[in-house]
Design a binder for this molecule. Structure first.
Ligand code: 5GP
Length: 192
């Protein structure tokens, strides 16, 4: 069984989802998306068991105590996110590579746990100004959560050196192309 994982991390608003979407569409038979648990509320259009497993803080504590998570983190104050160990097995069983769309610290943690079994890619926003524009245009954040996300972004960018690859998203098409290239090369490396 092929037990490889790809980790994608980026500050919120870097365009990680826009990069991943077409790639996952194209290569959907090769990849399974690891669905995380979170205690935050669903945004409009998000579905339980598809985008996240939306769970209560109490359930989260239970899973932490039972060591059901490969890693977990309080990404924003009072908002917990965690990766179920069972997600890895579920996806590997299907003969697919696991894709993690995860916060930067979580990405670094998983890379440290899985080492060469993992290929980690950091999506870098072109600048802090552009990041702020994108977050504002998304219209999903209040002024407070926006400030929270921007200050977190600075810390996250400082951790980008810990990743195997850093891809700057100043041109969406080029970023998609580069990520596809990295993925193809890595799959070849794992298969030799
Ligand atoms: P959002 O609330 O915007 O969906 O996600 C906020 C952040 O939490 C993003 O950076 C997202 O990648 C990260 N995240 C999602 N799932 C997990 C997880 O299982 N563990 C960790 N550590 N972070 C996660």
């Amino acid at each position: 069984m092929n037990k490889g994982v790809f980790i994608f991390s980026a500050p919120s608003g870097s365009g990680k989802t826009s990069i991943l979407k077409p790639i996952l569409e194209k290569l959907k038979n090769r990849f399974g998306f690891s669905i995380s648990a979170t205690t935050r509320s669903p945004r409009e259009g998000e579905r339980d068991g598809v985008d996240y497993y939306f769970i209560s803080a109490e359930k989260m504590r239970e899973h932490i105590a039972k060591e059901d998570f490969l890693e977990w983190e309080e990404v924003y104050p009072g908002k917990y996110y965690g990766t179920y160990k069972s997600e890895l097995e579920r996806i590997w069983q299907q003969g697919k590579y696991v894709i993690f769309d995860i916060d930067v610290k979580g990405g670094v943690n998983i890379k440290n746990i899985l080492k060469n079994q993992a290929c980690s890619i950091f999506i870098m926003p072109p600048s802090m100004e552009e990041l702020e524009n994108r977050l504002r245009n998304r219209n999903t954040e209040s002024e407070d959560t926006l400030k929270e996300r921007l200050s977190r972004a600075e810390m996250e960018i400082s951790l980008s050196d810990n990743f195997d690859f850093v891809v700057c998203n100043d041109d969406l098409d080029k970023a998609i192309e580069r990520v596809e290239e990295i993925i193809t090369q890595q799959m070849n490396n794992w298969n030799v």
